[in-house]
Design a protein around this ligand. Sequence first.
Ligand code: GLN
Length: 541
Amino acid sequence: MTKYIFVTGGVLSSVGKGVVCASIGRILQVRGFKVTAIKIDPYLNFDAGTMNPFEHGEVFVCEDGGMMDLDLGTYERFLDINLSRGANITTGQIYGSVIDKERKGDFLGKCVQIIPHITDEIKNRMRKVTRLNSVDAVLVECGGTVGDIESLPFLEAFRQMRIEEGFLNTLFVHVPLVPILDVTNEQKSKPAQHSVQELRRIGLQPDVIVGRCRKMLKKDTVKKIALFGSVDEKAVFTSPDVKSIYKLPIVLDKQGLGNYICERLGLNHKDYAWSKWRQIVESMINAKHEVKIAICGKYATFADSYVSINEALKHAGGLCDTKIKIDWIETESFEEKPETIKSLSSYHGILVPGGFGERATEGKIAVIKYARENDLPFLGICFGFQLSAVEFARHSCMLEDANSTEINPKTPHPVVDLLPEQRNLNYKGATMRLGGMPVGIKPGTTAYKLYKSEQILERHRHRYEINPKYIPQMEKNGLVFSGFTIDKTRMEILELPSHFFFFATQFHPEFKSRPGRPDPAFYGFVKASLDKKSDVSQPIF
Ligand code: GLN
């Protein structure tokens, strides 16, 4: 029987439920169990694809093109698995398919209700993920905070799962915030008590409580939480502040969480060791060198907008024995005060990430020009790739006012243009070129040196592409397109051999990067930044 581990959050959102959930997964994996994860997002959107990354954080793209909540990225990185679109369940999907069935007459004249029809649909979807993955355990994280109206049908489905799957096959983990009062330095358990009460009102009694607290929970805080939460003191754990989120599985397991869960669920396991994972984590925390990277974009002040890039840089740093110091820079500031662009000289590498729309693009182009002219290691991703082509067309091919038609539909030189199949689309949701697709690599290039293969699979999310009409002219002026679709019609990677490291990809390498196994584009960028800092004449890969 597959075990279901349901994770809920209490007191407020962003307590790090996703990381706790992923850590539990890793804890089980270390013991030899096969796991997968589901994230429930109780909003009405069908998927995360249409949501503003500035408010909701990055849209994570999985191999099959599903556009998901950023927590799914955390699961992929912690568990080193590829999830599929079914792993992110939203209210929009549930109601959409129930209403669709009702219109088809599938309910045979019945009154369609939240219980049982909506809850049945939720349970069916969770079970489908389990069936498709044939795993020992499924982690199911419910987004939001206990007490939200939106999440009630999902929590009700969890309650029913306990009855249907049995006590031994289900576990409820609750993650409430335990604040520390500044003035008295006291750990306050009352909010956690209230959120457990709220859970119970809905019919869920937690089996395990993981208090999210800046420090380790004190004995008397644990006692109080256990007493009021009706759990054993041994079932109360702390998710404290950690130097790296990847350390949390080890920190939680050391407190006995893994053994407690396995005992409770009847999961028998052999000996296990954290040494490999610990080594990966340590390489990211205790690195010998350091590089300063500027990420220049539109949503730069909100780190969650680029969380996978942030993580991919750290993974690459781990492999280069290098700590990554990241500054997020709003490129609009360079449009207002062009002379401030010189501040970029204090960085060892410049990254321009993906993006949409006109705002702040001239600033991004100015950043790319600065990196190119000053031989600063540069990595462009998706929109950053397209804008590097625009910059090169304008300043190296002398195509004045060259642009992407996304920014200026009337540009005299549309070097980046809409993909032909995107032309007559009315729907915005899930209609981009999405997901994992093969990319051919040209031998003898930096791309080949890094990827060491003539074909790779990388994830996409875009509507625009390099206009094929301008390729010969750009190549004549020294730009090399070193990656392309298998039929060679679409450009996927560009590089400048005359530059120390100038590399950009149409795809999103950040989505495939894993701790201990960074995507080669990130590895190349970080290594080049380090080598540039060390005054090496060319990067050594
Ligand atoms: N806006 C560009 C496009 O749609 C780039 C997308 C991105 O950066 N993800 O093609």
